[in-house]
Every structure is written in structure tokens, then in C-alpha cells.
Design a protein around this ligand. Structure first.
Ligand SMILES: NC(=O)c1ccc[n+]([C@@H]2O[C@H](COP(=O)([O-])OP(=O)(O)OC[C@H]3O[C@@H](n4cnc5c(N)ncnc54)[C@H](O)[C@@H]3O)[C@@H](O)[C@H]2O)c1
Length: 268
């Protein structure tokens, strides 16, 4: 398939990857470009964004990079202005940035809690705050927020701030979808399950004895016997960003290989 996003301008936040291999944001940027979108690749780490840009350029696509911390209002304001300068419009806002901090309320320090909520939730408020006026002026657009099944289910280790942040993302997604449906702006969330991406080899691995034990346990948790990967998230994002999803808004698209079907109910 090709051209499902032909000539659309897509901001992808966290478009690099935290380590070698394919992260969700990097795969989404590449998948959008393969479908004809022009990518505005935003990352805190310029080298990570440049790597994604090179991959897209090698495949014949178009990608501009921009360095920003998406939890900073000034950075996000300037980032949106730079995208408009470069491409004159914004059709897709893919809010991918998210960090993990293992631990429950007793283990997580206040600063770490605040930082996680700023990076995971405030960032989406800020990007929407600065992008939506352009989408309204254009007559529409698509926002895709990367959440997690942790928003409604325990995922096997304590991560209270992460779960809280993802629950908030689902809520803001519904609210924006309802408010802006009359303006032609759709807003949806993707809820990946346990995915094998570079992210889990960092902070997530700290919650397990070692990386091999973590990979084995996560594969075993999944009904299909293996974790999903960044392309599973990216392919869902292509659909939600495209006009194929023109009548889909405010949903939580679970991409978890059936994991939540088999999990025991939350206590209470
Ligand atoms: N891997 C999983 O199992 C899994 C499951 C569910 C949801 N998710 C979600 O997927 C998303 C992340 O996917 P990824 O694989 O692309 O992650 P990643 O850790 O590889 O990060 C992608 C990029 O985000 C950048 N970044 C981090 N903080 C930033 C900030 N404040 N401003 C700008 N850029 C920043 C990093 O530099 C990195 O290059 C998160 O929202 C995460 O919660 C992952």
C-alpha cells in the first residue's frame, strides 16, 4: 500500500529512538513517510531525529528535524511555528513522546513524578494547544496520542506515575475529540500492550532481574507468545492519521495481541 497519507504534513514527537532499533515514534515517522506524508520529526535528541531523517531520505521521502523538549511551552510554540514555516500546514499531530518510571507511590520521588507527568501529559496539552488553531483554520486534522494498556490495567510491575499519565491521555483524547469534531479534527489514542522496543531495555528493564528475564517474562505474558513491535503501533497510527479513519474519533485503539482479554480483572 502507498499514498494513504499522500502530501499530508505530519508532526511526530519523539521521532527518534532511545536506543538502537525501532522505537514507536521512529517507526511511525517512517511508516507515515512511506505512505506519502512529509514528516516534521521532533526530538529532544538531535542525533536520534537525524537518524530517522536519514532513513526517510534514503527511502525517497521528505523529513525535516527539530530539536525540542515537548514538555516546554516555549519549545512547543517555536516547534509549531517552525513546522508552519517549513510546510505551511499541519495535517497530523502524532503525540508519541512518553517516558517510564517504575515504582509505586512510595518508591517514586516527587520530582520524578512531576517530570513524568510533564513529559507524558503536559506535552500533549501543549502540542494540542499550539497545533489545533492551525487545524481549525485549515478545516481539519488528525491527532494521534500514544497511550498504553497501563491506562486501564496493571501491566505486571508497579508504575503508578506512568499508569496515571496514560489514563490522563485517554481522558484528554476523548475531550478534544468531542470538542473539535464539529471542526473536522479527529483525536484518537493508541494503547499498545507489551511491545519489544528500545524503550523497554532502559527504565522498564530496571523493574526486572535482567534484560533476558524481562524479555522472557513479557513474551510469556502475551497470548500470542511474543510481544508486539514498533510497526504494530505504527501501522495503527497510519490508519488513525489517514482519511480511512475519517469517521473514527475519540477511540482507544488497543494494540496488544489480545493481552488484556486474558488478564485477570483489576481488584476492587
Ligand atoms: N514499548 C512499549 O512496550 C510501549 C507500550 C505502551 C506504550 N508505549 C509508548 O510508546 C511511546 C514511546 O515510544 P518510543 O518507542 O518511540 O520511545 P523511545 O523511548 O524510543 O523515545 C522516542 C524518542 O523520544 C524522545 N524524547 C524523550 N523525551 C522527550 C521530550 N521531553 N521531548 C522530545 N523528545 C523526547 C527520545 O529522545 C527518543 O528519541 C511512549 O508514549 C510509550 O509510553 C510503549
Amino acid at each position: 500500500m502507498a499514498d494513504r497519507l499522500k502530501d499530508k504534513i505530519a508532526i511526530v514527537t519523539g521521532a527518534g529512538s532511545i536506543g538502537p532499533g525501532w522505537g514507536n515514534g521512529k517507526a511511525a515517522a517512517a511508516a507515515f513517510a512511506r505512505e506519502g506524508a512529509k514528516i516534521f520529526a521532533v526530538d529532544l535528541n538531535p542525533d536520534a531525529a537525524a537518524e530517522t531523517q536519514q532513513i526517510i531520505a534514503d527511502e525517497g521521502g521528505t523529513c525535516e528535524t527539530y530539536t525540542a523538549d515537548v514538555s516546554s511551552d516555549g519549545d512547543v510554540r517555536d516547534m509549531v511555528a517552525a513546522c508552519i514555516d517549513a510546510f505551511e500546514r499541519i495535517d497530523v499531530l502524532h503525540n508519541n513522546v512518553g517516558i517510564v518510571e517504575p515504582g509505586g507511590p512510595v518508591e517514586i520521588g516527587e520530582n520524578a513524578w512531576d517530570r513524568l507527568i510533564d513529559v507524558n501529559v503536559k506535552s500533549m496539552y501543549l502540542t494540542c494547544r499550539h497545533v489545533i488553531p492551525h487545524m481549525v483554520e485549515q478545516g481539519g486534522g488528525a491527532i494521534v496520542n500514544v497511550s498504553s494498556i497501563a491506562s486501564f490495567h496493571s501491566i505486571g510491575y508497579p508504575c503508578a506515575s506512568y499508569s496515571a499519565s496514560k489514563g490522563a491521555i485517554n481522558a484528554i483524547t476523548r475531550d478534544i475529540a468531542a470538542q473539535y469534531a464539529p471542526k473536522g479534527i479527529r483525536c484518537n489514542a493508541i494503547l499498545p500492550g507489551l511491545m519489544d522496543t528500545p524503550l523497554i531495555r532502559g527504565a522498564v528493564a530496571d523493574a526486572y532481574d535482567n534484560i533476558d528475564a524481562m524479555l522472557k517474562k513479557r513474551d510469556a505474558q502475551c497470548p500470542m507468545g511474543f510481544m508486539g513491535d514498533a510497526w504494530d503501533t505504527a501501522n495503527a497510527a497510519v490508519f488513525l492519521a489517514s482519511d480511512e479513519a475519517r469517521y473514527v474519533t475519540g477511540i482507544e485503539l488497543v494494540v496488544d495481541g489480545g493481552l488484556t482479554l486474558t488478564m485477570s480483572p483489576m481488584p476492587g
